[in-house]
Write a protein that binds this ligand. Structure first.
Ligand SMILES: [Fe+2]
Length: 159
């Protein structure tokens, strides 16, 4: 059976490898693979769909890295994700919708959406934090980060 995670990663890697800005390319690899790993972890922990969650992490910001434009990237990224998924034909229509909805909602860190959507938001939040814990925490992610640390049983003081 085809490994859908690897098939999607081949497609994503192709976009990242073609980025001429090497700093942004580094950020792209770190962030997409990092978020993808945390999506895997949270999906395992919360008994959700691990394969789809891993794929959501890989896809969620590809719009930003492809265009180097972060404005409305969740909305535009969900449209690009639909195009990619329709093109590579790895997912059913229902799975494509689940992935695109998670990407559409992922910047809305203060509100709650589906349990699957929350996996992507939490993975995005913890990857931002763990990239460099000495950098300021993104304001809208502070409360979410506190809840994540609590879920993981990590003692954590938020300033
Ligand atoms: Fe992200």
């Amino acid at each position: 059976m085809e490994n859908r995670i690897e098939a999607l990663r081949e497609y994503i890697d192709d976009i990242l490898l073609n980025m001429t800005d090497t700093f942004e390319r580094r950020c792209g690899y770190l962030h997409l693979y990092g978020v993808s790993h945390f999506c895997t972890l949270f999906a395992l922990k919360r008994s959700d769909n691990v394969e789809l969650a891993t794929m959501a992490g890989m896809l969620h910001d590809i719009y930003s890295y492809k265009t180097l434009d972060t404005k409305d990237h969740a909305q535009k990224g969900s449209i690009l994700a639909k195009e990619i998924l329709d093109n590579i034909k790895l997912t059913t229509a229902d799975e494509t919708e689940i992935l695109c909805n998670a990407i559409l909602h992922h910047s809305d860190k203060k509100n709650r959406h589906s349990t699957f959507d929350e996996i992507l938001k939490d993975a995005d939040t913890i990857q931002h934090y763990l990239y460099n814990i000495d950098l300021p925490i993104i304001e809208k992610e502070k409360n979410r980060l506190k809840n994540i640390m609590n879920e993981l049983g990590i003692k954590y003081e938020i300033e």
